[in-house]
Write a protein that binds this ligand. Structure first.
Ligand code: COA
Ligand code: NAP
Length: 276
């Protein structure tokens, strides 16, 4: 989707957007939407190579881009990245907390370390980024967008760790919206459905045409999402169009979660029995 057909190409001119996990997938797509509307970008992740590739894509859209190797579980690394961003690009106006980990695993097989890894990346990592960016967001009266998921409000099989982490992320978002509203900081979540071509989708939906066709058919809008669907929601929530919106979860899933997780559960059970 070319956002510039609907929104001014200088909507975010002079504004700095920091995206955790911005080197790939949905987060990179969000960064690209901000870049297309004039923003400068700071992106962090663990892999310098991945960030370098993303940087070229974002620079191609006209943005100034800073890449920072930082693990969101490491508060000091994020605090340094925020400071370097302020010095190099200017104060952060919009923070996107997108870094996350996921793998399917039955609860009875999940180790304490596996549960902790996902909660630490998604939930602690989102707190770390928000806390480290607070002073700059206060100065800019900025916004925070958290990447949630349907697992936050509907239990999905093999996703106990992700459900707990993302439900925590949404509640963190509400608490920060409550406490930081007085500084003009708005906080919201976006909960994507299954987004085609992403790592998250690769990990959860077996690469099998018939499985995917049936999963797609269970989505009321009849298609998987595109990265741009989430980018459009992200720029809306950051824009003046959403000036009075804070503390909300915007579900962008084509209606996928409306029937609950049953269609997905049934498909997984069938796939598992076919493999027996
Ligand atoms: N099934 C069950 N447990 C798993 C697992 C899997 N597929 N993959 C990792 N784990 C467990 C490990 O056994 C370990 O637990 P232990 O300490 O009890 O042995 C724990 O998770 C941490 O594993 P490790 O590989 O050290 O974690 P990491 O910090 O290097 O990586 C992950 C984090 C596991 C979330 C990894 O999948 C990742 O980096 N993901 C990022 C990309 C991604 O998930 N994208 C989709 C986003 S929706
Ligand atoms: P992705 O491409 O794997 O994105 C995750 C990013 O986070 C990667 O760039 C990864 O880079 C980074 N990351 C992971 N662990 C990190 C850490 N400890 N510190 C810093 N960065 C870290 O996956 P995606 O599918 O696009 O998912 C993006 C977001 O959307 C996630 O929050 C996910 O939960 C959410 N979501 C996705 C879907 C979907 O269908 N894909 C659905 C619902 C919600 P490095 O590995 O280089 O660090």
């Amino acid at each position: 989707m070319d956002l510039r057909r609907f929104l001014p190409s200088d909507l975010f001119a002079g504004q700095v957007v920091f995206v955790t996990g911005g080197g790939s997938g949905i987060n990179l797509g969000i960064a690209a939407c901000f870049a297309a509307l004039g923003a400068d970008l700071a992106i962090c992740g663990r892999s310098a190579e991945r960030l370098a590739t993303a940087r070229r894509e974002l620079e191609g859209l006209g943005a100034k881009v800073l890449t920072e190797v930082a693990d969101v579980r490491d508060y000091d690394a994020l605090a340094r990245a925020m400071e370097v961003t302020r010095e190099s690009l200017g104060p952060v106006r919009h923070l996107v907390c997108g870094a996350a980990g996921n793998f399917p695993c039955p609860a009875e097989d999940l180790s304490a370390g596996g549960f902790k890894a996902v909660v630490d990346i998604d939930l602690l990592g989102s707190f770390n980024a928000s806390r480290a960016a607070f002073a700059q967001l206060k100065a800019t009266r900025g916004t925070i967008l958290f990447l949630s998921a349907g697992q936050a409000f509907i239990p999905y099989p093999l996703q106990v760790h992700v459900g707990a982490a993302k439900a925590g992320v949404d509640h963190l978002m509400r608490n920060l919206a409550l406490e930081w509203g007085r500084h003009g900081i708005r906080c919201n979540s976006v909960a994507p459905g299954p987004i085609e071509g992403t790592e998250g989708m690769r990990r959860l939906a077996p690469d099998d045409e018939s499985f995917r066709n049936r999963l797609r058919a269970a989505i009321p809008l009849g298609r998987f999402g595109a990265v741009g669907d989430i980018g459009a929601a992200a720029v809306f929530l950051a824009s003046p169009l959403a000036a009075y919106i804070t503390g909300t979860v915007l579900v962008v899933d084509g209606g996928q979660n409306l029937p609950g997780s049953c269609p997905f559960t049934e498909l997984l059970a069938e796939a598992a029995s076919n493999n027996c």
